[in-house]
Design a protein around this ligand. Structure first.
Ligand SMILES: Cc1ncc(C[n+]2csc(CCOP(=O)(O)OP(=O)(O)O)c2C)c(N)n1
Ligand SMILES: [Mg+2]
Length: 357
């Protein structure tokens, strides 16, 4: 007998939960202004999240998927992207999208049930993908186009831990490996797929090792450490652009809220786990670090809360003032050419009067 294959899955962390630097700072993180920018975005993400949930609770928004506790993952990824890269998101990517020219009011519009909110004003962005695991295939397609056109651009796509069990996910990984595609698969492992815990999702020791079967490297990163997330995703995107090699990055974090506003995690999540995980949460971690290097003060914190709230309130006002979409919009976004049967239904709807309620 001989061993024919070996593999290792590294885990990366730079700023740990005790706000200690456990690895060298990457050059971007030596600039406090850059870290402050990331901090501001994470705070905006968290306050927006709370507002969206309040809107849902008062009947002004549809279902909303919270990103509480996961802000570092999305903000870090968004900051790692270069202007010419493409993001193929899932549905928790507020922290990325706000860095790609998507307006907060558009995000509210989408979760308010209006498909126009998904046709982002910035047309370079792909829309949300709610069908779990479908978007890695779209990303592989975009990356194939870049490769054929010899463009030095990378694609980033995000899915959850549950998404890695879908056939589409494996197909995307396989084709990325065999065609050497410039794509980064980020898996936001928040330990839950609605009520299914990570331990029941897959018997694999890590999700990162799913890349090994497809012939490229996989790694884990502390998803509560925005510096490490930003650094690892930046390096993987560079590798994609320069060498046309894919990477899988498993971002370890914890879902600090129900799956969506339509869920009640108390029915399946053990009490106290959130509290324990909260010790690691990303915003306080970075804030304490910034304070320790004298780059942030109580006064700046107060100002940030005020300016972020004002920005959010403005977006809410814009969202609430948006006239309702015509009902026939429901036919408008799936087909380039509408099949005859649906064309008929669209006409009927028009004849019956295009009114809501
Ligand atoms: C193909 C498909 N199957 C089932 C669902 C219902 N569903 C929505 S989210 C979800 C769980 C996804 O969990 P995960 O991939 O870990 O992402 P998370 O929501 O935790 O970020 C499921 C099963 C769906 N949207 N699409
Ligand atoms: Mg999950």
């Amino acid at each position: 007998m001989k061993i024919v294959a070996h593999f290792e899955i590294p885990y990366y962390q730079i700023l740990n939960e005790a706000q200690e630097l456990v690895a060298d700072l990457p050059s971007f993180a030596k600039d406090p202004a850059h870290l402050i920018r990331l901090y501001r975005l994470m705070v905006l993400n968290r306050l927006f999240d709370a507002k969206a949930i309040a809107l849902q609770r008062t009947g002004k928004l549809g279902t909303y998927p919270s990103t509480l506790g996961q802000e570092a993952a999305f903000v870090g990824m968004g900051d790692a992207l270069s202007k010419n890269d493409v993001i193929v998101p899932y549905y928790r990517d507020v922290g990325i999208l706000i860095q790609r020219g998507v307006k907060l009011s558009e995000i509210l519009l989408y979760w308010g049930g209006d498909e126009r909110g998904n046709a982002f004003a910035n047309k370079e962005n792909f829309p949300y993908s709610v069908p779990v695991g479908s978007q890695p295939l779209h990303a592989a397609g975009v990356a194939t186009a870049f490769k054929i056109r010899k463009e030095k651009r990378a694609v980033l796509t995000v899915c959850g831990d549950g998404g890695t069990s879908e056939g589409d996910f494996y197909e995307a990984m396989n084709v990325a490996g065999v065609w050497k595609l410039p794509v980064v698969f980020a898996v936001c492992n928040n330990q839950w797929a609605i009520s299914v815990p990570r331990s029941e999702q897959t018997a694999a020791q890590t999700l990162a090792q799913k890349a090994i079967a497809a012939g490229f490297s996989g790694e884990q990163v502390d998803g509560n450490d925005v510096i490490a997330v930003r650094d690892r995703v930046t390096l993987a995107l560079e590798k994609a652009r320069e060498k046309s090699e894919p990477t899988l990055i498993e971002i370890i974090c914890y879902r600090q809220n129900d799956h969506t506003t339509a869920d009640d995690a108390k029915r399946y999540e053990k009490a106290k786990v959130r509290e324990q995980e909260w010790e690691k949460e990303p915003i306080a971690r970075l804030r304490r670090y910034l304070e320790s290097i004298k780059a942030w003060s109580e006064k700046e914190e107060k100002e940030l809360q005020v300016t972020s709230e004002a920005e959010i309130e403005k977006s809410v006002a814009e969202y609430l003032a948006t006239p309702l979409a015509p009902l026939e919009n429901m036919f408008d976004y799936l087909y380039a050419t509408l099949p005859e049967s649906l064309e008929e239904q669209r006409e009927l709807l028009k004849q019956w009067g295009n009114t809501h309620g």
